[in-house]
Design a binder for this molecule. Structure first.
Ligand SMILES: Nc1ncnc2c1ncn2[C@@H]1O[C@H](COP(=O)(O)OP(=O)(O)OP(=O)(O)O)[C@@H](O)[C@H]1O
Ligand SMILES: [Mg+2]
Length: 234
């Protein structure tokens, strides 16, 4: 479904990704793990069109998307749920959700999609009129996820959705992500909760200093020495 081929990405003269290749097949959960500053966010930003790669290519459903504008990439079916949630703090829950439907096809079906999002996150329906800034961290993350679903994506890219949440909520977020995959949505998941993401991932990649250093299926990576030492503290 998604194919990233040998990309190099720069911030000005500073290179952040080096010859990175990665693939996500339909209905998979693929985890991308790595330390702070490894380049995980940079990779998601490259895929969603915010940071065009200097070389290499990105293909989605057989079509080249590197060089397309971010809104065109959303229109094709990729949704990016960014690091830090980025809600509109002075807008209500329902207004924040509607902002996610600002692409042509999704806008026509926004009432239907909104009902589906409320079914998935009943707490958001209860709080639909409340300003986003007054929500708890977990509720804000649910709004960010719901907003990402409003464009009716085929592929969702989550950037650290469990960041800063209490353990029970972290488990809830992982459960929701598995539920999305069971509904046929493909997932590219960036996470610091390495153990939990490898447990739900079909496959995973490890990024170090802007390069992919390891890949494999989730369960076998959990047993890798490098992962145990560097990410699981064993
Ligand atoms: N806007 C920017 N301008 C210049 N350099 C940047 C910018 N954003 C990130 N970088 C650099 O690119 C590298 C990769 O950063 P990136 O944010 O992709 O890492 P990350 O893996 O997402 O880290 P974290 O886990 O902390 O979110 C880092 O060295 C970082 O300093
Ligand atoms: Mg990041």
């Amino acid at each position: 479904m998604l194919e990233v081929n040998n990309i190099d990405t720069f911030y000005g003269k500073a290179q952040a990704l080096w010859d990175v290749s990665l693939r996500v097949d339909e209905a998979e959960i693929v985890a991308l793990i790595g330390a702070n500053g490894a380049g995980k966010t940079t990779l998601l930003n490259t895929v969603c069109g915010l940071l065009p790669p200097a070389s290499g290519s990105v293909e989605f459903l057989g079509q080249r998307i590197d060089g397309l504008a971010p809104h065109s990439i959303v229109e094709l079916g990729i949704s990016h749920i960014p690091e830090g949630r980025r809600l509109f703090p002075h807008m209500s829950v329902s207004e924040n959700l509607e902002m996610g439907a600002y692409v042509h096809e999704a806008w026509k079906r926004k009432e239907e999609t909104l009902r589906q999002v409320y079914e998935m996150f009943p707490i958001l329906q209860e709080r639909q009129g409340q300003l986003a800034r007054t929500l708890s961290g977990g509720e804000q993350q649910m709004v960010a996820m719901g907003r990402g679903l409003m464009s009716r994506p085929r592929l969702c890219m989550f950037d650290e959705p469990s960041y800063g949440l209490a353990p029970l909520l972290v488990a809830e977020i992982f459960r929701i992500i598995q539920g999305l995959r069971d509904h046929g949505i493909t997932i590219l998941l960036v996470e610091q909760s390495v153990r939990q993401s490898l447990e739900i991932a079909d496959r995973a990649y490890v990024l170090e200093n802007g390069r992919i250093v390891l890949e494999g299926d989730g369960k076998s990576l959990l047993k890798e020495e490098l992962i145990k030492k560097a990410y699981l503290g064993l």
